[in-house]
Structures are given as C-alpha cells and as structure tokens.
Design a protein around this ligand. Sequence first.
Ligand SMILES: [Zn+2]
Length: 461
Amino acid sequence: MRTIITGGTVVNATGRAHADVVVDGEVITAVTAPGLITEADRRIDATGKYVIPGGIDAHTHMEMPFGGTFSHDTFATGTEAAAWGGTTTIIDFAVQARGTSLLSTLDKWHAKADGNCAVDYGFHMIISEVDDGSLKEMRPCIDAGVNSFKMFMAYPGVFYSTDGDILRAMRRATETGSMIMMHAENGIAIDQLVAQALAEGRTAPVEHGLTRPPELEGEATSRAIALAGVTGAPLYIVHLSARHALEAVAAARNTGQNVFAETCPQYLYLSIEDMAKPGFEGAKYVASPPLRTRDHQADLWRGLRTNDLSVVSTDHCPFCFADQKVLGKDDFSKIPNGMPGVEHRMDLLHQGVVAGEITLERWVEISSTTPARMFGLAGRKGTIAPGADADVVVYDPAATQTISALTHHMNVDYSAYEGMEITGRVEVVLSRGSVVIADGAFHGKPGHGRFLKRDLSQYLL
Ligand SMILES: [Zn+2]
C-alpha cells in the first residue's frame, strides 16, 4: 500500500520545503520534489496545507487513579481524542501504588492500554516508594523500554519522596543512563498552607492556587536541580508553570547540566483568574502546579524560544465537572487535580505561531521532534524523513474552529478552553501509514496503536 501526500509544505524542526511525502506500508520512504513519484494507491492532496510529523504528547494520564476516582479518559477514548488533535504518540504514566512493585505496575498498565490504543504509546514509571526493591527494578523497567522515572516533591503521604529517596533514585538513574522526571512543588510547605486555609474557612477552588505559590515551585525546582547535580542524573522538570522555576532551570542549563523542562498549554493560555470564576466553576481549572497569574506567560513563551523549555505536553488528566470535580465542593483540597487537553495541544501551540511567539519549525520541534529525542524515539518518531514511522498530520493553517465540549472527543463534560477561537485545524492524520482522521471522521481503531519500547534519551548534553 503506497500513499502520496502531495502539494503541501513539509515542516520539520530544521526547516520547511514544498515536497511530496511517500509512504509505503507503515513508514515514510521518500520526501521528494513535487510530482516526482506519481504511482500510488492513495493520494492525499495537501495543497496549501502543512505536512508535519504527528504530535508526541509526553505527559498524559489515562484512567489514572486519584483520590478514590479515575481520570475519565480510557486509553481508547484518550488516544482517539489525541488523534483528532494531530497527536499520534502519547507517553503515559504507570503509577506504582505503595506496597507494590514497579514490574507489577508495568503489567497493570499494559493490561489497561494494550489492544485499546488508537495511536502508539509508551510509558514512564512513577516511583511512589523508594526502597531496595524498586531501585533494583529500575533496570528491568529500562530493559522493557520504560526508562524515565517520575518522582514527586508534592503530595505528602501519597506520591511524595523525601530528598533522601530522590537522591537514591537519582544515583540509580545515573548508573543506568535513565532519566528522573520531577513534579517540583514543595508539598510539605503546601500542606501547611492548605491546612491554614481550611482552618480559616477558605474552601473555594481558587484557594488551590493561592496555597501553592510559585515560590514553592521555584524552591523545589532548585532543590531537584541541586540533587541532580550532586548525583549526575539527567533531570526533566514536568509541567513547569512559574517564572521562579524557569529561572532555576535556565541557570542550571547555563552551567551545562542535563536539566530539561516542559510546560503545558494551560500555563500559556489560562490563569489563576479562571480558578476564581464564580461559584464552583473554578474547579474545572484545578491542576497542580496551579494556573499562575498572567505575567508568567510571557516568560514561558520566551523559555520556549530559548529552549530552557524544550517540550510542551498536556498533563492530560480529565475529571468530569458534574460527578468528579464536585468531590471538592466544600473543600478545594478534595477537588481531583487535573485538566483535559490532549486533543488541543497542537492547535493551541499553533496559536503561538499565529501570534508570532514561535516559528513554524519551533512548533514542530517542541510538540514532536524534541519529545521524540528526549524520550528515545528519534529516527522513528518526530520527523518527516525516509525511514521514520509514517505518523503524518496534514494541517490546514487557514481553517478556523471554536473549541467546545460539545464537539471535542475527550471523554469529559467540559473544556477548559470553551469558546476559544482557533486558527488552524487538523485535516488528515496518519498513524504508521494508516489513515486515522480524514474527512472530519475517525477511521482508526482501538488496538492499532502499539507499545513503544523506548531507547535511552537522545537529547542529553
Ligand atoms: Zn501529570
């Protein structure tokens, strides 16, 4: 089966060109001058459109357990929504429950995902309990293609690791060449601020933001960087939201340390004002770290240009407003933490191109090419080039759309971007050569997506 995508502008991280893209079976076999190869079973006309590598969302949480409930997208619904938005790879988090092993956790997550995903997927591993057993199990996890380990400086009593735990895991990461990912917020201090707020009767959703100030993200980020520096471990700061944290990352990178960071669209477009909306509406925007004041946004965009922020992921973790967010109706600390987003990352970042914040090439780089290299998928994913998997998106930069829960495909009853006007739209999506989105319809199927055994990071300094 040969497919030719003709007449479009092929955009890679390194540049753009008018070219045809030839797909044989599951891989790209040629990127040629327009019209050079004509024989094909299927032709896709991309005239006036961009032809870009499928997006890679390196931070999602499908069916994730949190506070007695589960994030509402399954691997089936979540990966279909991803495909609609031009994302053809997700890297989700397997979550170690305390008292269980890393390998049994991995089995559990394979059981949830295998046979259900519409697009390809990989896993990171969340280490909730640092002991001799889990440290030892990092090696077999790496051999199984799961070589990035997330730890938490937040959520005492749940996921929280002490500095000593973190140091031990980092030492092991250095030995094995793997990566530590960090949720960097000072959870011990935050818990005190939360207790104080509740004692004073402050229970509204906005208090979630006010009790997690940016200083405590900056402090934890600095501490994680120091611990990584002592051990030599590569460090990836997840969902960076605050200028304070960005400054710490930039300073470390200037010394040549292997420190990287991602941000998320919600920190670029939404703010603490959304959490202060009347009634319980603000609960829709409760995630950790919280949305910040608007003045952080310009710094985040600059970080994306200077590469102190190398990746944009979504932290997609949807909880329905009607029956899940409501758990925190009388106590903001009980609102499930997380927001939907996997479907709109490419579109939202394209607004950055439209606004002149980033170039077209940088859009591709932060949403696809760098995540591929960061997480050991280079060559296979993140580029339109011969030999790469044919994960290809035809994107219409002139189309317009309005984001709404009425039309989105995520399995959640609200959108954090309700009513937002978007310039640009995904038109066709190929996942390993198969058309999954075309003509405004989903043509994929659960189980098409394969597990990606990832190599070690290809992005280290
Ligand atoms: Zn997350």
